[in-house]
Design a protein around this ligand. Structure first.
Ligand SMILES: O=C(O)CCC(=O)C(=O)O
Ligand SMILES: [Mn+2]
Length: 198
C-alpha cells in the first residue's frame, strides 16, 4: 500500500518517493533556516572510507532520543537532545508520515563544493523499508537518484520542500547531492529517521 495515497509516487519502479513542493511557505521556511543555521551544533566529521579517514564535505549535526544511536562508517553517532524547533518539525513529519521518528540528521551544505556521495540509507537499524522524511531549507540543490539498473531521477530540492522516501526505495536506488560549479549559498537538509534501538 502506498504511504501517501493522495500523492503521486515519483519512483518509476522499486520504491516510493513523494515530493511536496513548498510544504513550508517561504516566510516560515526562512524562519526555520535562520533558526537552524544559528542554533544547531554544526560539526565537521571524518569518516573511514576505503581504508582512510576523510573529511566529510559538509557540516552535520545529530539530534534525537537519547537511545537512538546511529552507527555508520565505523562511527557511533550519539544524538544531541531535541531542540524546540526540531521537535516541532518532527511532530509535523510524524503527522504526515503517520509513524514516529526518533532522530534527525541535519546537513549543512555551505556552498556548491559541499556535497553528499552516492549512498542508500540502508543501515540495518533503520529496518527493512524505512520511511525517511527529508526537509530542505535555503539554497536549492540537485538530489540525484540512481537505480541499480541504471535509471536516473533528478530533482532540484528547494526552500521549504518535503521529500519522503519509503517502501523498497533504499534497496534499489541510491542517492547523492553532487558538487556544482554554480554559485550556491548555504542549504540545510534534515532527514528524520526511526532507529531501532534494540
Ligand atoms: O541533502 C539531501 O537532500 C540528502 C541528504 C541525505 O541523503 C541523507 O542525509 O542521508
Ligand atoms: Mn540519504
Amino acid at each position: 500500500m502506498p504511504l501517501l495515497a493522495d500523492q503521486i509516487n515519483l519512483a518509476p519502479v522499486d520504491g516510493e518517493l513523494y515530493l511536496l513542493r513548498g510544504f513550508y511557505p517561504s516566510d516560515l521556511a526562512d524562519r526555520y533556516f535562520n533558526l537552524l543555521h544559528q542554533s544547531l551544533h554544526w560539526q565537521s566529521e571524518q569518516l573511514y572510507i576505503y581504508g582512510r579517514w576523510l573529511n566529510v564535505p559538509r557540516l552535520i549535526a545529530w539530534y534525537g532520543d537519547e537511545r537512538a544511536v546511529y552507527r555508520y562508517s565505523r562511527v557511533d553517532h550519539t544524538p544531541l537532545p531535541w531542540t524546540a524547533e526540531l521537535l516541532a518539525l518532527k511532530t509535523a513529519m510524524e503527522a504526515i508520515c503517520r509513524q514516529p521518528f526518533n532522530s534527525v540528521l541535519a546537513n549543512l551544505y555551505r556552498d556548491g563544493q559541499d556535497s553528499m556521495g552516492c549512498h542508500a540509507d540502508d543501515e540495518k537499524e533503520l529496518g527493512p523499508n524505512p520511511v525517511i522524511a527529508s526537509l530542505s531549507f535555503g539554497e536549492s540543490r540537485l538530489l540525484r537518484f540512481r537505480h541499480e539498473q541504471g535509471d536516473r531521477l533528478d530533482m532540484e530540492l528547494a526552500h521549504g520542500d518535503l521529500l519522503i522516501m519509503a517502501g523498497a526505495l533504499q534497496h534499489h536506488w541510491r542517492h547523492e547531492v553532487p558538487k556544482t560549479r554554480k554559485n550556491k549559498q548555504a542549504r540545510i537538509n534534515l532527514t528524520f529517521r526511526l532507529i531501532d534501538c534494540g
